[in-house]
Write a protein that binds this ligand. Structure first.
Ligand SMILES: *[C@@H]1O[C@H](CO)[C@@H](O)[C@H](O)[C@H]1NC(C)=O
Ligand SMILES: *[C@@H]1O[C@H](CO)[C@@H](O)[C@H](O)[C@H]1NC(C)=O
Ligand SMILES: *[C@@H]1O[C@H](CO)[C@@H](O)[C@H](O)[C@H]1NC(C)=O
Length: 467
């Protein structure tokens, strides 16, 4: 009940900022090339450790945010959504090592950026230079958005309802009514991103080959960021469930949905696929009956995360004995799909059960220590992947339909060194949410049908090139 006091403000934002598309005939979809950032210099284990560090920090951000929103709903609606609430929940490490990237063209004339495609984020931001803020723009940045050179860049005033009530992590600070709305992100690894919100235009490639301008996109012009996380990134594309996110704005114009296919997370840089908004004309399902539909649980306290209904997990033919509360977002658990987390993170009771079931048949291989993973082993030519029991996450579709997600073995037995594999699943605290990260999502085509509150998926090699 109380939540209703907090959240109607989003409706307002939605009405104020429509999403007209100019300069093009009506089209069904647009697409971005999904690119994989590749880090050559590091050993696989170093890379995986970096990923684990990020995932843990991110898990903290997720649980802080959900926890805060849950308690805000319970404690009372008088809590306004202002910057003071933003600060304690914006504590995630974010270095980009285990992420997927897209190219986004922003501004007029358009400037191009490499952004992390993040379903767990409601803000889109870029490193940015803007005259109105003192000492803005790190001289070290190879690439930054030149806000002054964009005729469509329009700072959002701090006195606006959008700033005061809807924009994530906005600050209460407001020196003059027309001063820009500011944000301040703090990440658990000490990284920060600060800047101002602006209304901008993104240029997108339509399926017909033309380009179109998407107006009314909220972007963060990040004027200062600190910490190692952002060395290799230009910023983040917010695909989260929120009325002000890029996904919401774009989906509201393009069929209420978006889809992506994640190439193998170890693919070379040039292997790519697409993130599509609207009717997907690029990813034609080869066999329609392979597609599964799961229910999306979209509610205010889980925002901006996409939660799915899960009925259980099996390993081999065995359905594991895991308390139902672990899968229930109303009972302290729940499962989210998060493209910004790399490894799967299961709440402790589920993690224990899965680890035990998966490791039992692998006990005959020599064990190896490779922290932070609990179970790693040496393998050689005799290793038979087909003999590894298959992990199945039993998602639940509308009207209780079965929607089993069967990730390939490589998505949970990951290579950390030559001849060494680990069960690449992390333990998440309980009570708390479990996360299906991007590695468990790889080699599948996913469609987030927000309008119909469902997500569909099917196996795919995810390696398409348009030209
Ligand atoms: C977003 O707006 C829609 C209507 O446009 C509304 O139904 C929904 O509750 C809003 N979501 C949030 C999280 O405020
Ligand atoms: C990527 O580049 C490698 C060599 O640099 C080449 O062998 C491979 O075919 C390329 N893959 C794609 C998808 O273009
Ligand atoms: C499942 O686990 C619960 C709690 O640990 C236990 O009480 C129950 O007997 C178990 N059920 C089966 C079928 O093993």
């Amino acid at each position: 009940m109380r939540c209703e006091l907090l959240f109607p403000l989003f409706l307002l934002a939605c009405v104020i900022n429509g999403l007209p598309v100019v300069g093009a005939p009506p089209v069904l979809s647009m697409h971005f090339k999904l690119l994989r950032r590749h880090h050559r210099q590091r050993s696989p284990l170093q890379r995986v450790r970096e990923i684990v560090r990020n995932d843990h920090a991110r898990a903290k951000m997720i649980s802080d945010r959900i926890g805060w929103q849950r308690s805000a709903c319970v404690a009372g609606g008088s809590v306004p959504r202002t910057s003071s609430f933003a600060m304690p929940i914006s504590s995630a490490a974010f270095t980009g090592t285990g992420q997927y990237f897209v190219r986004l063209k922003v501004g007029t004339p358009a400037q191009t950026f490499l952004l992390v495609a993040d379903t767990g984020s409601d803000l889109t931001w870029m490193k940015c230079r803007y005259r109105a803020c003192r000492g803005c723009g790190d001289a070290q940045w190879r690439r930054a958005f030149r806000a002054d050179q964009s005729s469509s860049f329009s700072p959002i005033p701090c006195s606006s309802q959008l700033c005061k009530n809807s924009l994530p992590f906005s600050l209460a600070k407001c020196l003059a009514p027309t001063s820009p709305c500011e944000y301040d992100y703090g990440y658990t690894d000490g990284s920060t991103a600060r800047g101002i919100f602006a209304d901008e235009v993104a240029t997108v490639a339509l399926s017909g080959g033309q380009s179109a301008k998407l107006k009314g996109i909220v972007v963060g012009c990040t004027s200062s960021s600190a910490g190692s996380s952002f060395r290799s990134l230009d910023g983040v594309l917010g695909l989260g469930y929120s009325n002000t996110s890029f996904a919401a704005r774009a989906a509201s114009r393009f069929g209420g949905k978006f889809s992506y296919c994640l190439v193998d997370h170890l693919s070379p840089r040039n292997a790519s696929d697409y993130l599509v908004f609207g009717k997907d004309t690029i990813h034609r399902p080869s066999k329609p009956d392979r597609r599964r539909y799961a229910e999306l649980i979209l509610n205010s306290w889980l925002e901006p995360f996409y939660a799915v209904r899960v009925g259980g997990v099996s390993v081999g033919a065995e359905l594991l004995n895991i308390s139902e509360a672990v899968w229930d977002s109303g009972a302290g658990g729940g499962v989210i799909l998060d493209s910004g987390t790399s490894l799967a993170m299961l709440a402790e009771p589920a993690y224990r059960a899965v680890l035990a079931a998966l490791s039992a048949p692998l006990a005959r291989y020599p064990k190896v220590e490779a922290k932070p993973f609990e179970f790693c082993f040496k393998w050689d030519q005799s290793f038979d992947e087909a003999a590894v029991p298959r992990l199945v996450v039993h998602l639940v579709g509308p009207r209780g339909a079965a929607a089993p997600l069967r990730p390939p073995v490589k998505s949970y037995l990951i290579d950390v060194a030559d001849g060494v594999k680990c069960i690449g699943i992390l333990s998440a605290s309980w009570p708390g949410v479990s996360t299906i990260g991007n590695i468990l999502q790889q080699n599948h085509l996913w469609e987030f049908d927000i309008a119909n509150r469902r997500v569909s998926f099917e196996p795919s090699s995810c390696s398409r090139s348009l030209h």
